[in-house]
Design a protein around this ligand. Sequence first.
Ligand code: GLU
Length: 488
Amino acid sequence: MKDIVRVRYAPSPTGLPHVGNIRTALFNWLFARNTGGKFIVRIEDTDVTRKVEGAVEAILEGLRWLGIDWDEGPEAGGTYGPYFQSQRLEMYQAAARRLVEEGNAYRCYCSPQRLGEMRAEQVRRKLPPGYDRLCRELTPDREAEYRSEGIIPVVRFKIPAEGHTGFADLIKGDVVFDNRTLDDFVILKSDGYPTYHLANVVDDRHMEVSHVLRADEWLASTPRHILLYRALGFEPPAFGHLPMILGPDRSKLSKRHGATSITEYRDQGYLPHATMNFLALLGWSLDDRTELFTREELVGHFSLERISKTSAIFSHDKLRWMNGVYIRKMSVPELRDALVPYLERDLPPEVHRPLSREYLKQVTPLIQERLITLGEAAELYDFFFLDNLEYEATLLTGKKLTRENAARGLEITLERIRGLDEFDQGKLEETIRPIAAEIGLKTGDFFGLLRVAVTGRTAAPPLFQTMAVLGKERCISRIENALRRVRI
Ligand code: GLU
């Protein structure tokens, strides 16, 4: 048994990093950090046809954004590199050669056409799919003949004809496969590239990976991997298959359920820590009660024993709730700094950039009260930044006011605030609150009128604080503007 924990996250760069995939990275990272082990990132880029430009960068960026650091891998280097499979082809080819020489694998010359017909026949006869092992017992003469025809073979692994292959899954417990359900899978393609199975096993062995924690979908690959390890004379690592992640309707998490890539969550303005906390609870829990964990607490408490066997449900509502909680936990300067890139990205072009940091410091506490994601700030609070507000004039009167009393309320307010030397919350409240009674309006209706006049909205942060932040000049011009509208 290897005593040092060495785990890896082995993404294939086939697209934007899926949240489920990042959850795998997170669990591996938490396990490594909890045990003082090493966390390795290895890029499994041998499937040239599915490679997507920029995917590696997006994956690494997703990890960095969450604060998941790696001890070995791209950029970090390490003694077991290179950490891109496409740069390790010789190791896989050598392993495949060895397997052939020792009788554990064989070259297969079947044409794609033959394999297609074989599959069609299997479907027709309702037989389980899989290679029919035609090339498994080729004579040397026959092989030489194929070669002289210029056919380039693939290499297939020889699955034992009988018996069972089992392992003690760290999460699921004992798992056993009947070898008769496994087919002689390809380990090396005719272009010299390995398949996932061979490359994965060779690398996990070479990188001295102690625990393979990966998504449930790889469970069926594990008996193949174990047989490969044995054929190569290596001791397999421990395996644990993480519970699936489902949408609230209990179907596999997909685009239908909303954003699926970690970068989308970042762009929508989820906080890295809220996202990490949320992902950690997709299949792991401390006690079925505690929801909020700092990064240190997650690292400190994480254990494989507390990973659940049953699928996890991805609830956007919970993620939104959690993000809101963390937004409210931030200090004002922290939140202000986090908001800047989102506001500068999302506010209409006429708003002057860069935004004033001083002004933002005053706006931030008001935004902080109810904000859910950073990406919603511009839409909900644009009135703090715009010169001209657009809104329906009927919002001013609402259901309760006539144009006359709205106009009257605005006029008196203007008159009184024009004379103010101080424009803070206390002074504003003292000056404005009594006006409602003076002109015979309910306080709520009167404040509603002013709220629309200064923000263009019926719902906004507390009125007097908002007015104080907007400042005297802006409030006066907005109220004048509102007055013109009710008079029309
Ligand atoms: N490259 C595989 C993936 O994209 C790795 C699976 C494994 O961890 O073995 O998920």
